[in-house]
Design a protein around this ligand. Structure first.
Ligand SMILES: Cc1cc2nc3c(=O)[nH]c(=O)nc-3n(C[C@H](O)[C@H](O)[C@H](O)COP(=O)(O)OP(=O)(O)OC[C@H]3O[C@@H](n4cnc5c(N)ncnc54)[C@H](O)[C@@H]3O)c2cc1C
Length: 309
């Protein structure tokens, strides 16, 4: 790793989802030189089908909301380095930090806001990626309401799958839980599944998600007999956990047992000068509106910190 180039930004934002883009806008509005290093603009929001819980929009597609984020941020003096993934962050000279990208570039910043979100664990089966937002979902809170009256599969080994199935059932869908082994849930959740009459099938592995343009079924393999069958479903909810995208911090900031960055009420991490916002943090509620709000707050807190220094 060489030394960082001489460009010194006041605030560097890592991540271009709703948390990062809002942080960048709030940073620029305070007059700070601001750079965003991000993978895909919009982050997970770009994969969402319809978002109907972002205030001001009763229903907007994830893609359209992302386009509006992009236009909004472009109205401010923000350097956007799209597609540049940060591979390391290390303390630099004085009160600065040096950021290194996977492509070998580097820059220096006086304050850093980490907004790298999380990535749901994928099943990695044919049909999954192609049908995201077209019946394949990783977020029951976001998408359950679109499946009222439909048969849906919920794939996962434990509580998250059970809770997603209960949420779907409450909203009028007909879920069944598909688990690779005996479903690991508390007695209370097991009783709730029973009283909602949600079928649970254990000992099955997903082989393929079926459908052209939208989900029409899910093909399973029985792990004991290896027999395959296809269930007709309109939705597949994948509840196999998610990983916070914080490994590049290399222990510079404290993380919890789930790998999420621990923040205080201002979004400050354990390292002065580094803030975090959105799904990458240990905060409750992984939602667009929460990520955006946390991004705004982190930028305000970072700005106050810079003015004090
Ligand atoms: C299918 C689906 C449907 C959803 N539906 C809804 C909904 O209806 N309503 C709702 O409120 N929420 C919904 N969500 C959740 C919502 O999208 C997230 O809570 C929100 O996007 C989190 O924003 P974020 O900015 O924290 O992170 P993300 O959106 O995950 O963005 C992270 C950003 O960081 C970048 N990044 C990652 N690693 C690096 C790195 N090393 N260097 C640089 N950049 C990096 C990524 O490329 C991306 O730009 C849905 C999520 C999914 C997956």
């Amino acid at each position: 790793m060489g030394s960082a180039e001489q460009t010194v930004y006041e605030i560097a934002v890592i991540g271009a989802g709703p948390a990062g883009l809002t942080a960048a806008m709030y940073s620029a509005r305070q007059g700070f030189s601001t750079v965003v290093l991000g993978g895909e603009v919009g982050g997970q929001t770009a994969w969402a089908g319809t978002i109907d819980n972002y205030l001001g929009w009763q229903a907007i597609s994830g893609q359209e909301l992302v386009q509006r984020f992009r236009e909004h941020v472009a109205a401010f003096d923000v350097t956007c380095r799209e597609g540049e993934l940060v591979s390391a962050i290390v303390p630099g000279e004085g009160d600065t930090f040096d950021l290194y990208t996977r492509a070998g570039a580097s820059l220096r910043a006086r304050a850093v806001i980490i907004a790298t979100g999380k990535a749901p664990n994928r099943l990695s089966v044919p049909g999954e990626t192609e049908l995201i937002g077209r019946g394949v979902s990783y977020c029951a809170t976001c998408d359950a309401a679109f499946f009222a009256g439909s048969d849906v599969a919920v794939v996962g080994p434990g509580e998250a799958a059970a809770e997603a199935a209960l949420q779907l059932s409450k909203l009028g869908a007909r879920p069944q839980v598909l688990s690779p082994a005996v479903l690991k849930v508390s007695d209370i959740i097991a009783e709730a599944l029973d009283s909602a009459a949600v079928p649970v099938r254990a000992g099955v592995k997903v082989v393929r998600i079926e459908g052209e343009g939208s989900v029409t079924g899910i093909t399973l393999r029985d792990t004991a007999t290896r027999a395959e069958e296809t269930l007709p479903v309109r939705g597949v909810f994948i509840e196999t956990g998610a990983i916070a995208a914080a490994e590049f911090t290399g222990g510079l900031v404290e993380t919890n047992e789930r790998g999420e960055i621990v923040v205080d009420r201002m979004g400050a991490t354990s390292t002065p000068g580094i803030y975090a916002a959105g799904d990458v943090t240990d905060g409750l509620g992984k939602q667009v509106i929460i990520a955006a709000g946390e991004g705004a707050r982190a930028a305000i807190a970072a700005g106050r910190d810079l003015k004090r220094r």
